[in-house]
Design a protein around this ligand. Structure first.
Ligand SMILES: [Zn+2]
Length: 207
């Protein structure tokens, strides 16, 4: 998989891994990532066009306190995140081609003081958030792409079933059947999975 730039302007205002130990405003946020900036900030005026960096399915369209209007697009184990947006033009469950115009940049959410795009990549095959984020390198083949990955069921906060796993990884309930079939599970859509079950998360299509 090749990652393309999410914007036409590539001016980086804060690089990946920037040491944010002295940042007082967003201390608790950065502590989740060992005090390192987990993405790349692109310096963009509000309402700049944002393009999908990957082919994928929209899994997240929400307002997040820190990241503002946030869009997430997934392909296999790779999740691309676009934050502080003014407007999101696509919907959960929608399959998106790379370089499609998907959003307008902005300055929304608490963790921003000037207009920019926070762009982040996560490897969902990792279990801990700070290990999921990795440095986006553009326009060359990345080595960690996997078409499918394992999610180990954790029922502590939300008991997991085929429906909420479908929503989490596909943005919609429509993939519950695919999840059960791929794992050879003869269960109802709302049956709670056993704690610790290693669930194969299929991709939105085979490629
Ligand atoms: Zn950022």
């Amino acid at each position: 998989m090749v990652i393309t730039y999410p914007s036409k302007n590539h001016i980086v205002s804060l690089p990946f891994g920037y040491d944010a130990s002295n940042d007082k405003d967003y201390k608790t946020f950065y502590e989740l990532f060992d005090n390192k900036h987990p993405g790349i900030d692109f310096d963009l005026p509000e309402n700049s066009k944002i393009y999908s960096s990957i082919n994928g399915i929209v899994v997240r369209k929400e307002f997040h306190q820190g990241m503002g209007n946030t869009l997430g697009i997934r392909n296999g184990n790779i999740l691309s995140i676009y934050a502080h947006l003014n407007e999101i033009l696509v919907n959960p469950g929608q399959i998106i081609l790379q370089d499609t115009f998907v959003a307008l940049s902005g300055n929304t959410g608490m963790a921003t003081s000037s207009a920019h795009l926070h762009f982040e990549l996560r490897d969902l095959s990792k279990t801990v958030l700070k290990n999921m984020v990795f440095e986006p390198i553009f326009n060359i083949e990345i080595s960690n792409f996997k078409n499918e990955f394992i999610y180990k069921v954790n029922n502590k906060n939300i008991p997991k079933n085929a429906l909420n796993i479908s929503e989490r990884y596909f943005g919609t309930l429509d993939f519950a059947k695919l999840i059960l079939e791929r794992n050879n599970l003869d269960l109802k859509y709302d049956t709670i999975f056993p704690e610790g079950l290693e669930l194969i998360i299929p991709n939105f299509r085979n490629q």
